[in-house]
Design a binder for this molecule. Structure first.
Ligand code: NDP
Length: 326
């Protein structure tokens, strides 16, 4: 495993990490979660990602149970959670979601209880909240740092302007700005990471823990001939994702990318993940998996990094047609 420094912070994250969105509770049980987390950890993965909203708190509870059982040295891994959406679903009351001081403090406290840990290494604002001043968010995250409940704070899917506003407030108040952003980044979704955030990487420094490197699995080619039973796109409640992801225009490009992967003698999932981590502004790609065989395959992506030459990347750009125009 390789490790990268998270932006300008001193924290080192494994280039491939592991997250629990959709999978924990919805598709996998405690037994499988333990197997998957142990497999990742044994391969050198040191970062495990979670959020209050994942399976309405159950995902944090499940990860907490595994961590308690495997009893790894707490200093050997990095644990995260995120707040914004709340975990009470449609019944949530006004202060049970969002980025107010009240919700962030309460959500962090609840995450620590559910995961049975004393602190989170990373804590994210899962989305921007137009109803809360960014200065309030900066102060609250710094209070959590000062209380020792979190070590670094970050954003997820914030615009470049919102991230810069947070840094401006932090600087004025002598506080810590966000050290990391968690954006979607994959061969279908590139603009934020490659264009919008470029000045932040250059001028401020920022780590990125990117999500859905396989665009929820479509970049494995598994949906090319239909929707396999039990796959994410077959799940009730995820029709919105299926309708967005499994569309003929995308599938045509994935088939062509699959042919290119064959020419190179590599698997499509590995090629897609290796492409993500070949961007030096990506600190880590968070992998999702429902089966050990998927993780076994995806963890091999690291070996493909030397293959990601400018020439190969240019060919991928031509096939996908998703390189952002600046
Ligand atoms: P991916 O895009 O890599 O999708 C993972 C899913 O694809 C798996 O659960 C599995 O689903 C399928 N898959 C993976 N590998 C293979 C393989 N080799 N062969 C066949 N199928 C495969 O990542 P996720 O979308 O899961 O995102 C990763 C993590 O990022 C999340 O767990 C979460 O921690 C984070 N995240 C953060 C978000 C945010 O807003 N900050 C939003 C979304 C995710 P299946 O078996 O069901 O088909």
């Amino acid at each position: 495993m390789d490790y990268r420094r998270m932006g300008k912070s001193g924290l080192q994250l494994s280039v491939l990490s592991f997250g629990s969105w959709v999978t924990f509770a919805r598709q996998t049980d405690d037994y499988t979660n333990e197997r998957l987390m142990m497999q990742a950890y044994d391969a050198g993965v040191n970062f495990f990602d979670n959020a209050e909203v994942y399976s309405a708190g159950l995902s944090e509870e499940m990860m907490g149970r595994v961590l308690r059982k495997v009893n790894w040295d707490r200093s050997s891994y990095v644990l995260s959670s995120k707040a914004y959406f709340g975990w009470k679903g449609a019944d949530k009351k006004p202060n049970q979601h969002g980025l107010s001081r009240k919700h962030l403090m309460e959500a962090c406290h609840e995450a620590l209880q559910r995961m049975q840990v004393e602190y989170l290494d990373l804590y994210y604002c899962h989305r921007p909240d137009p109803n809360v001043p960014i200065a309030e968010v900066v102060r609250t995250m710094n209070t959590l740092i000062q209380q020792g409940k979190i070590f670094y704070w970050g954003t997820s899917e914030w615009s470049a302007a919102e991230i810069m506003e947070a840094h401006m407030h932090a600087k004025e108040m002598g506080l810590e700005g966000p050290a990391v952003e968690q954006p979607e980044y994959n061969l279908f979704n590139r603009r934020r990471v490659e264009v919008d955030y470029e000045p932040i990487f250059r001028n401020v420094g920022m780590g990125t823990t990117i999500w859905s490197p396989l665009a929820s699995g479509i970049l494995t080619g598994k949906y090319n001939e239909g929707i396999p039973d039990g796959s994410r796109m077959s799940l009730e409640g995820y029709e919105w994702l299926r309708d967005k992801a499994v569309v003929s225009d995308k599938l045509a490009r994935i088939r062509a990318l699959g042919d290119f992967a064959k020419e190179l003698g590599v698997s499509l999932p590995c090629l897609s993940i290796a492409w993500c981590i070949s961007n030096p502004n990506v600190t880590t790609a968070i992998l999702g998996a429902t089966k050990e065989s998927q993780l076994t395959e995806n963890l091999k992506a690291l070996e493909l990094l030397p293959l990601m030459t400018e020439e190969v990347k240019a060919q991928i750009d031509t096939i996908m047609g998703t390189k952002p125009v600046v």
